[in-house]
Design a protein around this ligand. Sequence first.
Ligand code: CA
Length: 236
Amino acid sequence: MADGTILIVEDEVKIANILKAYLVKAGYKVGCLDRGDAVVPFVRQNQPALILLDIMLPGADGIEVCREIRKFSDIPIIMITARVEEIDRLVGLEMGADDYVCKPFSPREVVARVKAVLRRYGSPRTDKASDAGEVCLIEDTHQVFAAGNELKLTPCEYNLLKTFLGRPDRIFSRNELISVVQGYDFDGYDRTIDSHVKNLRKKIAKYLPHREIISTVYGFGYKFNSQANRKSEMKD
Ligand code: CA
């Protein structure tokens, strides 16, 4: 789970130092990176609480980095942009950033945004899915319930379900799902994903036998059916 660190990704040392000073003063632990291509490995290892992500970076640009992170994590991301014109691009892209600040910014404002995004994030995003249906995932405790019964999931199955619930009805390719479970017991063959999904389905189906909660989309991958998950009021 998140260790409370705010990760600043900014190649302009002066700006990074100012942000760091203000965030430390506000009581946060802070880590800094100055290259885009260092972010994904860092996030996989350290699970920071939030990322302040500059767009123009050496190695990989912030937009690309944000997209990569969204394949496996819903960690809050605030983009830092140097140009107002970029904001339209950011909003239009829908690449999953939670907020953005425009340079030049006041460090106080950035700290306020960080606080606001973390507050919003305090309730897991999967709450919506859990309110709507019968499959419910509680991030704080790593618990998963199907029709009110707690499921015992492997870390791999848990992360797959978390990914599905984060974006209901979106089709995830096997490659995307592989990046979700990497670091657990993944052995490198994309068909291994099939058996993890099969096991996850079996565990859910024990309590919700007549619902197709996770569908196979032939030639593409898998998706979580929000409709199937919402039929809680119907009798089987
Ligand atoms: Ca920059």
